[in-house]
Design a protein around this ligand. Structure first.
Ligand code: AMP
Ligand code: MN
Ligand code: MN
Ligand code: MN
Length: 283
């Protein structure tokens, strides 16, 4: 069997639960031959991932999932084949991490004012334990304190839009994210385009602007994608002359609906981005 290719995964350097070496070990056990580690707004796990990949005989694509804004909506741009030491990229990521910390502080202040949390502080521990605080971390803390049944329940009761701890965030605009990735020699991929709750027309506009700003590919295959969404994403890629990637968006072994390395092949007529990506340590 040919090796699998998974170009979207997370470690505990952002909101995944495993250290990079364990993500790599799991990938090896599943038959993954080419892996990208794409933590939210940080490249801090790539060195460890590279060491583990060398031992496991896996090719590592250096990646990062950059948070960006488009028409008031949060979108995610995966950068692949990046040079992590690029100062333009690191300056951009440092700015995103400042915004993330400020937002989590604001979430904590809002939650403290809401009586529903009964005095529990759900953010100090998060800020102390990670350089990349996400709402997923806060949701886990709330669930662990027994104030929500699950992480999803914590989002539904406390953190989602319209909830007592919801803090809107303006992220740096899409073209800035693409520029940061390209100045590090990487390719920009629009992550999980079907998850943004955009109308078909708005999603077409997003793809067109993404391509015009220098984007290379759409993420067209993920685990659990409905046949309808798979068809929509493939035709968006073809219409906008964008290449395609596939990835699991793996975060933790306990979430069986995002299994590492398991998703459909790229659809007929979609150009794979992989041949254009450099493998870390091979240059
Ligand atoms: P952040 O980047 O801090 O806004 O956190 C975003 C992460 O939280 C995403 O990667 C999702 O996995 C998760 N998330 C966002 N909204 C929800 C929601 N309504 N329910 C469950 N998880 C969510
Ligand atoms: Mn995440
Ligand atoms: Mn994402
Ligand atoms: Mn992701």
């Amino acid at each position: 069997m040919e090796g699998l290719i998974d170009l979207h995964t997370h470690s505990h350097y952002s909101d995944g639960t495993l250290p990079p070496a364990e993500v790599v070990a799991l990938a090896a056990a599943r038959g993954v031959a080419v892996l990208a580690l794409t933590d939210h707004d940080t490249t801090a796990g790539l060195e460890e991932a590279q060491q583990a990949c060398r031992t496991a005989g896996i090719s590592l694509v250096a990646g990062v999932e950059v948070t960006a804004g488009w028409r008031g909506q949060e979108i995610h741009i995966v950068g692949l084949g990046i040079e992590p030491s690029s100062s333009a990229l690191q300056t951009h990521l440092a700015h995103l991490l400042r915004l993330r910390r400020e937002r989590v502080v604001a979430i904590g202040e809002k939650l403290q004012r809401s009586r529903k949390l009964s005095g529990m502080d759900p953010v100090s521990g998060v800020l102390a334990s990670t350089a990349v605080p996400t709402r997923t971390h806060v949701a886990r803390a709330i669930a662990q304190a027994g104030l929500a049944k699950t992480v999803q329940d914590a989002f539904d009761k406390f953190l989602g839009r319209g909830c007592p701890g919801y803090v809107p965030q303006e992220w740096p605009a899409l073209p800035l994210a693409i520029d940061a990735i390209r100045s590090a020699g990487g390719h920009a991929v629009l992550a999980h385009p079907h998850r943004y709750r955009l109308s078909s027309g708005a999603l077409r506009n997003l793809c067109a602007e993404f391509r015009d700003a220098g984007g290379s590919a759409l993420e067209v295959s993920l685990p659990g994608l409905s046949p309808n969404d798979a068809t929509r994403l493939a035709s968006l890629a073809r219409q906008h002359a964008l290449a395609g990637t596939a990835g699991s968006d793996f975060h933790e072994p306990g979430l069986p609906w995002r299994p590492l390395g398991r998703f459909a092949k790229l659809a007929e007529g979609i150009e794979p981005l992989l041949p254009r990506l450099r493998i870390m340590g091979n240059e």
